[in-house]
Write a protein that binds this ligand. Sequence first.
Ligand SMILES: Nc1nc2c(ncn2[C@@H]2O[C@H](COP(=O)(O)OP(=O)(O)OP(=O)(O)O)[C@@H](O)[C@H]2O)c(=O)[nH]1
Ligand SMILES: [Mg+2]
Length: 315
Amino acid sequence: MAKTWHELIQELQFGSVLALSRLITRVENREPGWIDAMQQIYPKTGNARLIGITGSPGTGKSTLTGQIARFLVSLQKKVGIIAVDPSSPFSGGAILGDRVRMTDVSDLPDVFVRSMATRGALGGLNQSARDVAKIMDAFGKDYILIETVGVGQDEVEVVRTADLVMVVCVPGQGDGIQAIKAGIMEIADLFVVNKADLDGADQVVADIQSMLDMGLEITPAPIFKTVATKGERIDELVTETLTLLQKQNRKESWLEDRTREELIGLVSKEMVDIVKTNWKRNGQLDDAVRKIREGKSDPYSVVQKILVPLIDAFK
Ligand SMILES: Nc1nc2c(ncn2[C@@H]2O[C@H](COP(=O)(O)OP(=O)(O)OP(=O)(O)O)[C@@H](O)[C@H]2O)c(=O)[nH]1
Ligand SMILES: [Mg+2]
């Protein structure tokens, strides 16, 4: 017999990693009852801080994430890692790559690693990542590291909602700084120039610095040179991260915006799902399509018909 939501949530609170893993899967799959479950989980959240780690592909984000986790564990902190993988869950390659590089980390007690595919997240990438983070939070994680490639809009959205955002750059990537400029620069609370063992790291620091100098920030984001593979300067990076988090750089208005966006996102998704499910069940979708094709109706009239009762409900 499969466990009930209630049983899993109880086990989650007793520290069962298996329950944590199962709850995440069920919520990700939007199994019936998931909203009720999240409702019960929500009051147990609020302790964990979310750290977004983003940057171009191959900049060493996973290696860095692993090192940060390791350092946090040495400070007796409990860590969750969400690795958002750009490849499909079925292509395997990149996910396996992440698993391999993070194996030593996930073997550490108090570190829980979860990979998520960019595509195919039933609740949308951003919402699914937030759900996963909340379940980890309720489990008792102190810090949740979210790694995403900073290329697509969806991936940037995911880290944008974190309490602190690290942008990872490397030397020798001609487009390194160029890639950062496109939308990610503004969301960085902290810059990491990783692979500082390679030539040109100081140039990258200088490039970022000059970009920051052009900005209007009163306190520009600090820049750290690291060598993730050797764990160099990870201690300083984490210490500064924790200091920044303690100062709470997010304003109440920002937090309100985040809540507002989440609410609107959830409602739109759920409403569309309800309409789709019912349409399919009662055959109205096929009906409408046929009528439109036969020229007996049009998409606007169909939409209007659905919206009227909704609008009435809000009167
Ligand atoms: N020389 C050098 N190589 C590094 C450093 N950090 C990571 N690497 C190497 O860079 C490669 C990519 O590292 P990952 O940690 O997988 O990078 P990533 O940004 O997570 O990659 P994607 O998730 O595929 O975008 C690996 O071969 C690492 O060993 C570093 O500080 N110096
Ligand atoms: Mg990675």
